[in-house]
Design a binder for this molecule. Structure first.
Ligand code: FPP
Length: 233
């Protein structure tokens, strides 16, 4: 069965550009085009939830030129992606810290979230200004506040309650893909990844096309998922 929730760490834009004698920003631009194609392909091939790591809280440490370029690219691309995704009935959600992004980008994020909130054909989750440990920390504060305010009994805290209080309440990740030959999860969706199958490839993100996604999905389909149990004969 194809994976229900696919998550992608889109890595290698900078190296892709360097290999071609281009600026790092040109790698990001090409990477954004790759993403647009893959989103459409994924939702047409049975994926119900697609999460992508667009910008981590640590990415703010990059040069101002690169950060500014990425923020402008997000503004442009979120508007661009929005039309087609909305047509296709995809709900767009953002996993992010409350504040920290440029106001113009925050306003587009709010707008896209609001306009697509009733869509039912799939969920596109964009992690931006995101860190997995921060997500768990922010959830902990929310849950503790509810307990202190007597809105929640401590014995009623379940995994569902935790999931409900994360940035987005999403189903577990089935398949995690990371491009560019790095074998790390880099603080990405730690809670949701508990039973994910990992797929690492040397392909740099701008070159990750439909065929590569097909390869990842077919590798996933060959995995034996036991969730800690024993395979039934
Ligand atoms: C990692 O490559 C990529 C990023 C930090 C940014 C991800 C952004 C995109 C794919 C562009 C557009 C996305 C959206 C949502 C519009 P890197 O720069 O770390 O590459 P390197 O490791 O080769 O330097």
């Amino acid at each position: 069965m194809n994976p229900n929730h696919v998550a992608i760490i889109m890595d290698g834009n900078g190296r892709w550009a360097k290999l071609r004698g281009l600026k790092r920003t040109e790698g990001h631009l090409k990477g954004s085009e790759t993403l647009k194609e893959l989103v459409e392909y994924a939702f047409s091939n049975g994926v119900k939830v697609l999460s992508v790591f667009a910008f981590s809280t640590e990415n703010f440490n990059r040069s101002k030129v690169e950060v500014d370029f990425l923020m402008d690219l997000f503004i442009k691309k979120f508007n661009e992606y929005f039309y087609e995704l909305h047509q296709k009935g995809i709900k767009v959600v953002f996993s992010k810290k409350d504040a920290g992004l440029p106001l113009k980008l925050e306003s587009i994020i709010k707008d896209v979230t609001e306009k697509t909130k009733d869509n039912k054909n799939g969920i596109f989750n964009i992690c931006i200004n995101y860190g997995g440990q921060d997500e768990i920390l922010d959830m902990t504060k929310k849950v503790c506040t509810k307990v202190i305010n007597n809105e929640l009994d401590i014995n009623s805290i379940t995994k569902e309650v935790i999931s409900n209080n994360l940035y987005q309440d999403l189903p577990p990740i089935d398949l995690l893909i990371r491009t560019s030959g790095e074998y790390r999860i880099s603080n990405f969706m730690l809670w949701q990844m508990a039973y994910a199958e990992f797929y690492f490839t040397d392909v740099l993100w701008p070159d990750f096309d439909e065929k590569e996604l097909e390869n990842a999905i077919s590798a996933f389909n060959k995995r034996d998922r036991r969730y800690g149990g024993v395979k039934k004969k």
